[in-house]
Design a protein. Structure first.
Length: 149
């Protein structure tokens, strides 16, 4: 009887620990004017309704090396500036043949959300307490064309 009870508690514990705590959003953009295709995968990690961090993988594809070079320079400048202004951003850029891959991690616990909201950046997606909710994050990425689960 004791073994059965322990087994049942273990199953309940493992099931609870396996609970998914993120939402995935995906986006695909074909930009014929700029000559690239962008595939984005966004993971929004949350606890209750509060977003804790966001991991983004952007894969830019182009046969035009100048487009990829420009995107690399622009993204380096953009994320360096975002990190300098608000903190919380870690990113890396990987170059492969005809691909520029960005891995962006946004840690909201290190982000100066108050400053970001005061600067008018994404303010409509945050609560009055400067909290990014799951619904706010999904709304933001959906406004950019992503489909969220």
């Amino acid at each position: 009887m004791k073994k059965i009870l322990i087994s049942m508690l273990l199953i309940i514990f493992l099931t609870a620990c396996d609970k998914k705590n993120y939402v995935v959003c995906n986006n695909n953009v074909v930009n014929t004017n700029e000559n690239y295709v962008l595939d984005s995968n966004i993971k929004i990690y949350y606890k209750k309704d509060r977003v804790l961090k966001i991991d983004v993988k952007e894969d830019y594809m182009s046969s035009d090396k100048n487009v990829l070079k420009y995107l690399k320079e622009y993204k380096n400048l953009y994320y360096d500036n975002q990190n300098d202004l608000y903190g919380g951003y870690i990113y890396d850029i990987i170059e492969k043949e005809n691909h520029l891959i960005l891995n962006i991690n946004i840690d909201l616990s290190k982000l100066d959300v108050k400053k970001m909201v005061n600067d008018g950046k994404l303010d409509k997606y945050y609560t009055k307490q400067n909290i990014l909710t799951l619904s706010g994050a999904k709304e933001y990425y959906s406004s950019k064309g992503a489909e969220c689960e």
